[in-house]
Design a protein around this ligand. Sequence first.
Ligand SMILES: Nc1ncnc2c1ncn2[C@@H]1O[C@H](COP(=O)(O)OP(=O)(O)OP(=O)(O)O)[C@@H](O)[C@H]1O
Ligand SMILES: [Mg+2]
Length: 263
Amino acid sequence: MSEALLDVESVTKTFRAGSWPRRGTPTVAVGGVGFTMAAGESLGIVGESGSGKSTLAGIICGLTRPDSGRVRIAGRDVHAGRRVDPRIWRTVQMVFQDPYTSLNPYMSVEEIVAEPLRLWRDVPAGRARRDAAEILDRVGLGAQVASRRPSSLSGGQRQRASIARALAVSPELMVLDESVSALDVSVQAQILRLLLDLKREEGMAYLLISHDISVIRLVCDRVLVMNKGEVVEECTAEGLTEDAVQHPYTRRLLSAVPELKVG
Ligand SMILES: Nc1ncnc2c1ncn2[C@@H]1O[C@H](COP(=O)(O)OP(=O)(O)OP(=O)(O)O)[C@@H](O)[C@H]1O
Ligand SMILES: [Mg+2]
């Protein structure tokens, strides 16, 4: 059997609000989650607000240390050392729920997208700029936007800039946390088409967190449903229908879903 691209084993994370002596009640954000993903596969994660999706995504990308459990990406244990080895960001890239905080306000959009190419791919500055311009074009941000700072962009443009930054690295795994939900419908279709193209062309794998079932159905092969920090259901994207699913939350989620078409 070939090795999994992503192997998540019994991961847990509890947050404790407040500080001594007034410790609040602990919140179990992720309570023992395990699953694997193959190279080139796309996996959706759905679940109600506060069910632990973003916490799990942060643990997978090495941004949050789990209390216990293990995450392996391409065979490498992400949390093995005292600090996360930044080389894992050649293999995994993440687009956050709120892109504003993740873009350096002092750099132009083109510099922001070119930076990880130089850092993680050792691409020389000139070529990194050209590659950045190309990927920006693919997400629909032309030369006019590329020279601007993040503060002068619209929310949707900023979101596309952060998607371009992550895609530029050509990671084997992209983690997208509600990254397309807020985009204008036509822009969203363009980004989804790009994700599908990159999956086909480069075998890119996606871990896609979304409350939008139509987006999940379009992009994902398989879906995990999270509830209160646990995976309560797993099914194929086609199996994500009201009749087939078991968990009440999943059924609630599925009632009244508009169909999304990407031509
Ligand atoms: N840094 C933190 N400190 C304390 N509690 C936290 C922290 N981060 C997350 N939590 C708590 O952990 C739980 C899971 O949060 P998380 O952000 O992972 O949920 P989510 O599924 O991504 O929700 P949403 O769909 O609203 O984005 C929530 O109860 C949240 O309040
Ligand atoms: Mg979240």
